[in-house]
Design a protein around this ligand. Sequence first.
Ligand SMILES: NC(=O)c1ccc[n+]([C@@H]2O[C@H](COP(=O)([O-])OP(=O)(O)OC[C@H]3O[C@@H](n4cnc5c(N)ncnc54)[C@H](OP(=O)(O)O)[C@@H]3O)[C@@H](O)[C@H]2O)c1
Length: 265
Amino acid sequence: MDLNNKVIALTGATGGLGKALAQRLSEKGCRMVLVGRQADQLRAVADKLNAEVRIVCVNDLSSSADIHRLANELRELDIDILINNAGVNTFRCFQELNENDIDDLITLNLLSPMKLTHALLSHLLGRRGMIVNVGSAFGFIGYPGNVAYCGSKFGLRGFSEALYRENYDLGLKVIYAAPRAIDTPMNDARVVGMNKALGNIADAPLAVAESIVSQMEREMHRQVFGFPEKLFAKINGVLPKIVDGALIKKAKAVRFWASRTADFD
Ligand SMILES: NC(=O)c1ccc[n+]([C@@H]2O[C@H](COP(=O)([O-])OP(=O)(O)OC[C@H]3O[C@@H](n4cnc5c(N)ncnc54)[C@H](OP(=O)(O)O)[C@@H]3O)[C@@H](O)[C@H]2O)c1
């Protein structure tokens, strides 16, 4: 898809990847609609862009009422592309999460993108537009310490794949982008420590944004970024026992990092 002049709604626009996506997309000539919870931070992101920018403030994308209000505004702004980027993670072993943690994570990462997409679907079909769901390599590979998060990102992948197949012949593009670790505020010192200890690479947000923009231009439905994660995702699809073996060995180290406090020295 030629992105020049497209009107793009981006949730989570004040986050690490959101800011980078806003920058890369505006460099492509897109007209940005930045969606977030903090007006001052949205304005700061907007001020750095050399593009036509609108700001839409929401209280909480986990709220159905807020999602419907947002969908009404985005319809009025006549968007061509929706990027479901807002998300959370809680790096803890599953037994350490409480029920609210699980609710919050599944709601924001999975139910909210589904509801926002549903509310905007007929509009986007009419525009022969695009939906980009920011997933994760953990939407292909079940990883210790990220059990609920994996549930949300695997779910988002299944949703994206089915929606893509249901609407491809109607001209709607649906994309599932699967970055590996990214150097953003989502990952606290424990995650950074674990990634270093296990040799997991964290990519720079601008590099990931560039890969997502390229995936959008090439209309590639699914893509995992980075090696060996890309290979692991493929192997996990056909021979999951091999990946079981590799990750079961890492579980002890993951439990160590997941049980530390976020502000350890
Ligand atoms: N970081 C990684 O390692 C990594 C790897 C693969 C995929 N991803 C995915 O990339 C996407 C962006 O994550 P990030 O790394 O940029 O994280 P981030 O820096 O923590 O940004 C998260 C964004 O989500 C927004 N958000 C959180 N809760 C919200 C809510 N209830 N309602 C509305 N907005 C909410 C935040 O808004 P505020 O600014 O107002 O808090 C922020 O803009 C996520 O979907 C994540 O799962 C991240």
